[in-house]
Write a protein that binds this ligand. Structure first.
Ligand SMILES: [Zn+2]
Length: 93
């Protein structure tokens, strides 16, 4: 059994978002970055979601979707967390 916890915390939520093609709004500074939700808003209107760099979490205020870097990647590509981890780990180095 492999423990993923340690490793996937090193995967930046911002990097994952960029790899997934999520549009970020860099106007805001600090740990929270506003972005467009890949599950409900896409690129339309105002950004409805945010990325918390410190906690490594994605959260959408409109559809309520919330996930960490790993599950965000997994959900967008329709794969499970294990596959997502492999994908991300390959490119992490
Ligand atoms: Zn949403």
């Amino acid at each position: 059994m492999i423990i993923y916890k340690e490793d996937y915390h090193q995967i930046s939520i911002i990097e994952v978002a960029e790899r997934c093609g999520i549009r970020l709004k860099y106007k805001d500074s600090g740990t929270e970055i506003r972005c467009w939700c890949p599950f409900c808003s896409r690129d339309r209107g105002q950004p409805t979601a945010s990325l918390n760099q410190a906690k490594g979490l994605f959260h959408c205020f409109r559809c309520g979707e919330g996930c960490n870097a790993l599950s965000l990647f997994a959900k967008i590509y329709g794969i499970d967390n294990r596959q997502a981890y492999r994908e991300l780990a390959q490119h992490a180095a």
